[in-house]
Design a protein around this ligand. Structure first.
Ligand code: ASP
Length: 351
């Protein structure tokens, strides 16, 4: 870890930046022209304004900064460990991360960091910080301000894992990357923004997460990757469905269904689902639509899935659904226990 402006005695906000990689810190390879992750010093040298924030900022950098397409649950464990080890020493945490899998990391962290009462703000950028038109500088500065923000009673304004990108602060486990081009790259179709970033930062206090009770901050590390997506499409064949559901060791499936949670009603399809459920596979129904929720009793096509033993994923994003399955199986829960937990919110990820 390297320290910048560190002064633990002061009352200045004390923020830890965790740099995992992503476009924000990338530079162009001179030979190929492709963007590659680069080190934290390069990133911070390009944001001289950071010194004008009167904060104590420390940083922790991944040994090898990653393009986030290479993120693995082991990296989530690494991030969570850094936060656990430093939780009491900092007012807030800023995680610099590539946009491609940011919503997965945000969702996983929200389940792993339990009874969180400090901000964990994840941000990155569409253009590298060294480029003239970069969005990275603004995103980094605003993320630091969000991580330092206090409510009128002196408690942290944000007490959850959030994604800060361009004009909005979103709940992490409600977010999805929706554009590979726009500076506003993220959206949250089923949950309001936590803050609007304009001339000022305007928080929606009614939307902010607060941990109930006084249970202490706690982390959970287990993650089980024996999960997968099964995306439905008209014409999906029996061979494809049965093959996927028969993958050895598979424990959980996020089935991406049509509209309000509908799927084929062919007998072979329902038989394949019933057989998989009987073997203990947990199949969660998440809609291919990003707005609205799975309503398993609205159409017959949804009701039959429900009767076959598929669990409604309500208004979960697919990123939250798959990471929640990894998390729940990682805690050693049985299939029946996982099914029950999938239908109750852990960290504000569903209504
Ligand atoms: N491929 C990059 C990443 O996810 C994209 C980005 O950061 O925007 O690391």
């Amino acid at each position: 870890m390297c320290c910048a402006l560190s002064n633990t005695e002061s009352k200045r906000p004390h923020i830890l930046i965790i740099y995992t990689g992503g476009t924000i810190g990338m530079i162009e390879n001179a030979d190929s022209g492709a963007l590659e992750p680069f080190d934290f010093d390069h990133l911070i040298d390009n944001v001289p304004k950071i010194k004008r924030l009167d904060y104590d900022i420390d940083n922790f950098q991944f040994d090898v900064p990653l393009d986030s397409s290479a993120m693995h649950p082991n990296h989530w464990i690494e991030i969570v460990k850094i936060i656990e080890d430093n939780y009491d020493r900092y007012d807030g945490f800023v995680v610099l991360h590539g946009t491609d899998t940011m919503a997965y990391t945000a969702s996983a962290l929200s389940f792993m960091l339990q009874n969180l009462r400090k901000p964990v703000v994840i941000t990155g950028s569409q253009l590298p910080i060294g480029e003239v038109r970069t969005d990275g500088e603004e995103n980094l500065i605003t993320a630091l301000q969000v991580a330092a923000a206090k409510d009128s009673d002196g408690t942290p304004m944000v007490q959850e894992v959030a994604i800060l990108f361009e004009n909005y602060l979103w709940r992490g486990n409600r977010s999805t990357k929706h554009s590979s081009d726009n500076f506003n790259a993220f959206k949250s179709s089923n949950y309001p923004r936590l803050a609007k970033i304009g001339l000022g930062i305007s928080y929606r206090k009614d939307a902010l997460w607060r941990t109930e009770g006084d249970a202490p901050f706690n982390v959970r590390y287990g993650l089980d990757t024996n999960v997968m997506y099964m995306d439905l499409f008209p014409g999906i064949s029996e061979t494809v469905v049965r093959h996927q559901l028969a993958i050895p060791g598979l424990k959980g499936v996020v089935m991406k269904t049509f509209g309000a949670g509908n799927g084929p009603t062919a007998e072979w399809f329902l038989d394949a689902i019933r057989e998989a459920v009987d073997r203990g596979l947990v199949i969660v129904n998440v809609s291919q639509c990003d707005n609205g929720m799975v309503n398993p009793t609205r159409y017959k096509t949804g009701t039959v899935l429900n009767r076959a033993g598929v669990i409604p994923g309500h208004d979960l994003t697919s990123e939250a659904a798959i990471t929640k399955l990894m998390f729940l199986f990682g805690q050693g829960l049985t299939s029946e226990e996982v099914k029950k937990e999938m239908e109750s919110p852990l960290a504000g990820e569903m209504d």
